[in-house]
Design a protein around this ligand. Structure first.
Ligand code: DON
Length: 309
């Protein structure tokens, strides 16, 4: 059994917090620039219902790119893998999360994977429903089911702030529309995508979602199969190969667990068959991953032998 107590976790958090001084909060989404760079919190959720935590775990964070794992799961359930992977690939890129470069040099122009922004926009485009509102409510209900918390919602301020400034994502959408990978109104798609990224929750709920993915899609506390085993397997695999963007290789070697980061400073970990992890540390490294969050996962992985490899 890994870390047994919140006291043990607190010591690791204090050690990892020292790294925050080397990071910066994301400010290309202006509302995220308000975060306190020194913050660091973590929750671990076990299949028997035990939780341990350290830091301010009541604080809510927006999912940002962590939401890409959940939208992918929903779309795979909606449309099946063949349809989805005709439109978005399965390969890591080695490029930053918001890069447009490979779209131009890859034929067909479909994005290389669903974790980079271009791929995530295609995934969000595939969420079924007649209106943006209906599609968002379907996604939100699914997130609520995974977190087992019907109060999970989204932060309007962060969604608006990203919508008003998302020129790079707009560029990606227009490129994808030109190449007929997407065919909806770009502003509508960005409205849905920025709301998706602004879904917010605390570290405990994030850890619970990580646990469900780690337990092959079953919530062990309710006994419910929240997502099919095969889709949980696909999600975990993308988390390993692309979850930390162009840091995924080093992360797999040094830490070795399926994880997904977001520019809010969140990281969701899914330790297969063992537990879920939710981390919040808004100071980011140069690749857009939580700098102290990665340090904390490294300490946890080394101390408690979490690597799956
Ligand atoms: O689309 C964006 O740029 C953000 N809403 C999400 C990017 C993100 O979280 C990348 N993560 N490290």
């Amino acid at each position: 059994m890994p870390c047994q107590s919140s006291e043990e976790l607190k010591a690791l958090v204090e050690e990892a917090r020292k790294c925050t001084k080397n990071g910066r909060v994301a400010d290309y989404i202006p509302a995220l620039g308000k975060a306190n760079p020194n913050e660091l919190s973590i929750a671990i959720y076990y299949p028997d219902g035990r939780c341990i935590s350290a830091g301010d775990i009541e604080e809510k964070i927006t999912l940002q790119s962590i939401s890409k794992v959940i939208s992918l799961a929903l779309v795979l359930m909606d449309r099946g893998p063949d349809y989805v992977f005709e439109r978005v690939g399965m390969e890591p890129t080695g490029d930053p999360f918001n890069s447009i470069a490979k779209l131009e040099t890859t034929t067909p122009a479909k994005p290389l994977n669903p974790m980079i922004n271009a791929g995530a926009l295609v995934v969000t485009h595939m969420i079924k429903g007649n209106t943006v509102e209906e599609r968002f409510q379907r996604l939100l209900s699914f997130v609520q089911e995974m977190a087992n918390d019907s109060t999970v919602s989204y932060c309007e301020e962060v969604a608006r702030s990203e919508f008003e400034t998302a020129n790079l994502n707009r560029a990606l959408c227009y490129f994808l529309k030109e190449h007929k990978i997407i065919n909806e109104d770009v502003e509508q798609l960005l409205d849905l995508y920025t709301k998706q990224c602004a879904i917010e929750m605390n570290c405990l709920s994030l850890a619970r979602i990580g646990m469900v993915i780690g337990m092959d899609g079953v919530d062990p506390l309710t006994g419910k199969q929240v997502l099919p085993t095969d889709i949980a397997r696909i999600c975990k695999t993308f988390m390993v190969t692309c979850g930390m963007y162009n840091a995924s290789g080093e992360f797999a070697i040094e830490i070795g667990i399926p994880a997904k980061s977001g520019v809010s400073g969140g990281i969701m970990g899914a330790v297969p068959g063992r537990f879920g992890i939710g981390i919040f540390g808004p100071a980011l490294d140069e690749k857009g991953n939580s700098i102290a969050g990665i340090k904390l996962l490294e300490l946890l992985s080394k101390n408690y032998k979490l690597s799956m490899f």
